[in-house]
Design a protein. Structure first.
Length: 285
């Protein structure tokens, strides 16, 4: 049986984000609903209003895959959104947690030209090479949680860089973590207490895996450069991911990567760190 409260919350949150115009409906004058009405979702999905109401109230048993696919179309969910919806409604047994093997640390050490780190489904860092540590001092260190560290950064500037990183990490946390995970509840609880921006982003129920993107990063004395990044799930180690950063040949990021490589090789500390509050190296969309 699925997680009814989470399924209900997800349906409500996504319904609020879809506008009538998005699905070919006419917005009537005086409409006060933030997104779609329940009856509109039910009609678009081809199910009864009563059945959809039971789903949103967490009162129904496991819906069929066909119903879930119809709801995904009605709510304009992408492939990741559908995958998350199916997981909530028809969850598989959670995989057993175990630490990744020591070979990963040895592998990272063999990449002197590529900044890389290993994290788990909760964004807890388990390993990182010297180049990654040079790229984002204080972030890519074993034991650091990237999401908690990001929200502890102050000031949060530039805003668009910080929010891009926050959105990427939050949606990946929701997609990757098991809903019943004690670590997930610990992270969400800690951030929900006093951070309005986290509560706003978390309430959207965005759920996307952390796959690839571009990360604006401040590298002194070069300035802001854009590193590309790719995240790969580690086979055989359920819930662990390897993220590697790379640069286009001849780009400012390639120059910055060479500078960081020499610093890491010489075990030198940069003369001046990144400006307070920058989001150096944290994956962004």
């Amino acid at each position: 049986m699925g997680d009814r409260p989470l399924l209900a919350a997800y349906l409500r949150a996504r319904r609020d984000l879809v506008q009538p115009e998005d699905v070919g409906l006419v917005r009537e004058d005086g409409r006060r609903v933030r997104g779609l009405r329940r009856e509109e979702v039910a009609r678009l999905a081809g199910i009864s209003q009563e059945y959809y109401l039971r789903l949103e109230q967490g009162r129904d048993h496991q819906p069929s895959l066909q119903v879930l696919q119809a709801l995904a179309r009605a709510l304009r969910l992408d492939h990741d959104g559908l995958s998350y919806l199916v997981r909530l409604a028809r969850p598989a047994p959670p995989p057993a947690d175990h630490a990744p093997g020591p070979f990963l640390e040895l592998l990272l050490e063999q990449w002197p030209h590529t900044a890389a780190y290993v994290s788990d489904r909760h964004h807890d860092v388990h390993a990182a090479n010297d180049l990654a540590r040079e790229m984002a001092p204080g972030y890519f260190e074993p034991g650091v949680n990237l999401l908690l560290a990001l929200f502890e950064s102050a000031p949060r500037e530039p805003v668009e860089v910080w929010e891009g990183a926050a959105t990427t990490l939050i949606s990946a946390l929701r997609f990757q973590a098991e809903p019943s995970s004690a670590r997930l509840q610990e992270i969400v609880g800690a951030l929900s207490v006093g951070d309005r921006e986290f509560r706003r982003l978390w309430s959207r129920h965005d759920a996307h895996p952390q796959n690839s993107g571009v990360s604006p990063t401040f590298i002194d004395p070069i300035g802001w450069v854009e590193f590309r990044w790719q995240t790969l799930e580690i086979p055989g180690d359920a819930g662990y991911y390897l993220t590697a950063f790379y640069a286009d040949p001849g780009s400012p990021a390639a120059l910055a990567n060479e500078l960081l490589r020499h610093r890491a090789a010489a075990r030198l500390t940069p003369s001046r760190g990144a400006p307070s509050g920058t989001v150096a190296g944290i994956p962004t969309a």
